[in-house]
Design a protein around this ligand. Structure first.
Ligand code: FAD
Length: 455
């Protein structure tokens, strides 16, 4: 069994826990991540030699971060960890890689995709100005590089990362000029009953908001009409309060995003079936509770399988590894599998509460003008997509892509695809699921032109 080629993509909480369980089952997984160090997004580490105290980097989550980082050392020699290696394609039973020693191909017998998530970007006037960053990106700059995106920062968004990142900036000494939540305050109360399924996490969220208010940071809920303006870079943010008043706040940087979106392209290229997840308004790989996809011996875990958060990612990574071991005919602790299923179900209830507390801010897209940039790689404005939907009859995203080039640039629609689906469905007056999703295309992330790849 030890010659079974098991590959795990992603060294975040899901991938690391999957590796630990695979090793415990007697396997020697190959762990591939484009990052130099383990931890994924939430527990992302500063570069080697630039360590800072865990409490400063990860706050309440410092102990969990330390446990995940310690796994890297514990598993050394028992896994084949390929660092700084991008998986840019999956074709049949092999992955195409680009690592420090150049391109290569890695065949697999079984594959766990634990590829995580990225910020969900939505277009608004001025979102492509210099000085406007993704909210999670603003946090990563602080966490890994020890620098902020600006001195006087506005944060805009719709998700639990919003108060967390704002509070981390206050602690780092930044002047947080405003925290603008696009979701209504009343939604938080509606989400409360289900959020009580993870009371500690709920308490942390409430703590961040309370500390921001106590620090005198201006906060607003249910905002609309955001617009970033400035001469050459962002200098102010306009918005409309829930009560309908127009406001403007001066700043030298803006961190904005509206939730998370799963990184699913590799599952797509692996040939997995997808289903529409109404809760998070996105297509995700179809899977059973253990992470088995429609393709035999291909599994998904963590935020790449659907947004669930870091604690769920750890559990799901281990659960997928147990499923893989079981499918290979290895002995599996069924009690542990049942325990993981129970914990995951509980966290799923919490996640349901979070989605209620932070509903998708559809009003932001409804209100934007045709001239707002949608696809920044190809320079396509919102109006082009609306015209493709209304005048050219594009029924779904891939057809709209052919008409407009939306999603055809460097990011392959990873940044604009979700917004484009929402706009297309709205323009056609149809259910969001009918807008479909952009088909995954290699390379899933930009790669340099390398002669070996062209031959
Ligand atoms: C920018 C950002 C910041 C976040 N900060 C927080 C936070 O502070 N608190 C919180 O509770 N949640 C945070 N989240 C959400 C949190 O990241 C997740 O809930 C959790 O990390 C999910 O764990 P995971 O293992 O599924 O994925 P991740 O932790 O995202 O790990 C995925 C790993 O896969 C690797 N990967 C992906 N695609 C490829 C590829 N093609 N080739 C090679 N490697 C690949 C990535 O480099 C990454 O290391 C954040 C999310 C983002 C996007």
């Amino acid at each position: 069994m030890s010659d079974t080629r098991v590959v795990v993509v992603g060294a975040g909480p899901a991938g690391m826990r999957a590796c630990a369980a695979l090793v415990a089952a007697g396997l020697t997984p190959i762990l591939i991540d484009e990052a130099a160090r383990s931890g994924g997004r939430i527990y992302q580490q500063p570069p080697q030699g630039a360590a800072r105290p865990g409490r400063e980097l990860y706050g309440f989550e410092a102990a969990k971060a330390a446990r995940i980082h310690a796994l890297e050392a514990q598993l050394a020699g028992r896994i084949d960890h390929r660092r700084e290696t991008l998986v840019w394609n999956c074709f049949e039973d092999a992955l195409d890689l680009l690592g420090p020693s150049g391109p290569s191909r890695q065949p697999f017998d079984a594959l766990i995709l634990a590829t995580g998530a990225t910020d969900l970007a939505l277009p608004f006037p001025g979102w492509t100005l210099p000085g406007v960053y993704a909210l999670g990106g603003a946090q990563i700059a602080l966490k890994t590089q020890g620098c902020g995106i600006g001195r006087r920062v506005v944060f805009l968004g719709a998700g639990p990362l919003l108060p967390l990142v704002a509070w981390q900036y206050v602690q780092a000494g930044a002047d947080v000029a405003a925290v603008l939540d696009a979701t209504p305050f009343a939604a938080k109360l509606r989400g409360l009953p289900n959020m009580l399924f993870a009371p500690a996490t709920l308490a942390k969220g409430a703590y961040y908001v309370a500390r921001l208010l106590a620090a005198g940071v201006p906060m607003a809920w249910g905002v609309g009409g955001p617009r970033a303006e400035g001469d050459g870079r962002v200098e102010r943010v306009h918005f409309v309060t829930a009560g309908g008043d127009a406001r403007v706040v001066a700043c030298d940087a803006l961190g904005a995003s509206f939730g998370l979106r799963s990184e699913t392209q590799l599952a797509d290229l692996a040939g997995c079936d997808f289903v529409f997840d109404r809760r998070t308004r996105q297509y995700v790989p179809a899977r059973d509770v253990a992470g088995r996809t429609s393709r035999r011996f291909v599994y998904v875990a963590g935020d790449g399988a659907g947004i669930g958060g870091a604690d769920a990612a750890e559990l799901a990574g281990e659960r997928a590894a147990l499923a893989l071991a079981e499918d290979l005919g290895l002995p599996v602790d069924v009690n542990r599998a049942a325990f993981l299923d129970g914990r995951l179900a509980r966290l799923d209830r919490f996640r349901r509460g979070l989605e209620t507390a932070y509903p998708f801010p559809a009003h932001l897209l409804r209100d934007i003008g045709d001239d707002t940039m949608l696809c920044r790689c190809e320079g396509i404005a919102v109006g082009a997509l609306r015209a493709a939907a209304r005048d050219k009859g594009a029924p779904e995203l891939n057809r709209a892509k052919a008409f407009t080039r939306i999603g055809m640039g460097r990011c392959q629609g990873r940044m604009c695809g979700r917004a484009a689906a929402e706009l297309l469905a709205a323009a056609r007056g149809e259910d969001l699921a009918r807008a479909g999703r952009l088909r995954g295309q290699p390379p899933v992330k930009p790669i340099p032109m390398i002669p070996e790849l062209l031959s």
